[in-house]
Design a protein around this ligand. Structure first.
Ligand code: NAD
Ligand code: ZN
Length: 357
């Protein structure tokens, strides 16, 4: 038995208004005149939060386009731009949803690694530590703030740069930053966490470490989405901790069917992670009966729109492509269905499932 020995994030600060401490937190990490670079979700361009970014001297703010999930080409172009303009930087600070956080992790790594980020999509391929990196979520749910991966769409695959160098050196968890997110988006991203918990807790990889975090995260999700029909500050506080704990839970286990299937949707149709998971999970009664029942209840209580009929006009080739991508996620299937998962899941069964979305 070889137990996973995983690298965690360096420092954590949590609390309403913790963002105001950022200047002080960054100070000891400034190296001479090398700038701090802030990769800020483009949603915040011209907004209050952008004005609160503690940029000094040669510091640089880039509003990152997160219309689509991060691509390796985008990561490479930002890293190149920074190297050309500054040579080296003191650090990279990502502020935004999971997409901006993943971009920040990947750009930090590419400041110190040669070639393209596509060369490092996989497990433990990254050679050198990145520059100092900070993650500041403005949506709660993905767990990207704690994970050892950064999910990127490359020329041939959608896969993370999964390595011990990937986790942030510092995260700033300030629930105030999530307070104005639109209800639908907040739900889709929040459900990413809910689904992480269901998949982790029902999985064959589960151990007491994952279970402890997964149960707590699930309890917090329920307090926010099942026991309440409105949103308040306490909901933001709780969901931010749910995201953190949910991420810790899957660090030692794995996600399952919803993720394996939604990866296919997002690769082929560019559907974003959170919403893709919701589209899929809505139809997974045969795998997660209780979870799906509760999910439908939450959709109902919060009057959320889950897109339908998105696979109605796809060709056989397109179904094949999604099935290929999904069946490639072996550890996810193994966690969900056990070592003999290939006996239970096959192309025909998956084809039927995709047809329902
Ligand atoms: P996102 O980062 O893609 O953002 C979704 C939308 O919300 C964007 O339009 C963004 O501009 C906007 N937004 C962000 N914060 C906002 C706020 N406070 N108010 C209003 N709008 C806001 O969404 P997400 O669900 O947080 O992240 C999904 C991404 O995270 C995907 O790219 C996925 O691959 C990645 N992910 C990574 C991991 C990991 O471990 N690294 C895990 C899960 C998901
Ligand atoms: Zn997820």
């Amino acid at each position: 038995m070889n137990f996973r020995n995983f690298k965690m994030i360096g420092y954590v600060v949590y609390g309403r208004g913790a963002f105001n401490q950022l200047d002080e937190i960054l100070q000891p990490h400034r190296k001479g005149t090398s700038p701090m670079v802030f990769l800020v979700d483009h949603f915040f361009e011209g907004k209050e939060l952008a004005k609160r970014v503690p940029a000094r001297g040669r510091d640089h703010i880039i509003f990152v386009d997160v219309t689509h999930e991060p691509k390796t080409s985008y990561v490479d172009s930002i890293a190149k731009q920074l190297k050309d303009q500054f040579g080296t930087v003191s650090g990279i600070v990502g502020i935004g949803g999971g997409s901006a956080l993943d971009l920040a992790k990947a750009v930090s790594l590419m400041m110190n690694n040669p070639g393209s980020s596509a060369d490092y999509q996989g497990w433990d391929l990254v050679k050198n530590p990145g520059v100092y990196k900070v993650g500041i979520p403005t949506l709660s749910g993905t767990g990207a703030e704690v994970s050892r991966t950064t999910v990127l769409t490359g020329p041939t695959k959608k896969l993370g740069m999964n390595s011990d160098f990937t986790p942030f050196d510092q995260i700033v968890l300030d629930p105030q930053l999530t307070s104005n997110a639109p209800a639908n988006q907040r739900f889709y991203t929040g459900m990413d966490c809910y689904i992480h918990c269901i998949e982790s807790l029902a999985g064959t990889y589960l151990n007491e470490f994952s279970k402890s975090y997964g149960e707590k995260a699930l309890e917090l999700c329920r307090e926010v989405y099942v026991n309440k029909n409105s949103w308040d500050d306490e909901s933001d506080d709780k969901l931010m901790m749910a995201s953190y704990a949910g991420g810790m839970s899957i660090a030692y286990s794995q996600v399952g069917v919803a993720h394996a299937v939604s990866y296919g949707l997002s690769y082929l149709l560019g559907i974003k992670h959170g919403i893709g998971n919701c589209i899929v999970f809505d139809h997974l009664e045969e795998f997660y009966p209780e979870g799906v029942k509760e999910f439908k209840k939450m959709v109902d209580i919060h009057q959320i729109d889950i897109p339908k009929n998105i696979c109605a006009n796809l060709t056989e080739d397109q179904f094949d492509k999604m099935i290929d991508v999904s069946l490639g996620m072996k550890p996810l299937w193994e966690n969900a269905l056990g070592k003999d998962w290939e006996k239970q899941m096959n192309r025909a069964r998956l084809r039927k499932l995709y047809q329902r979305f």
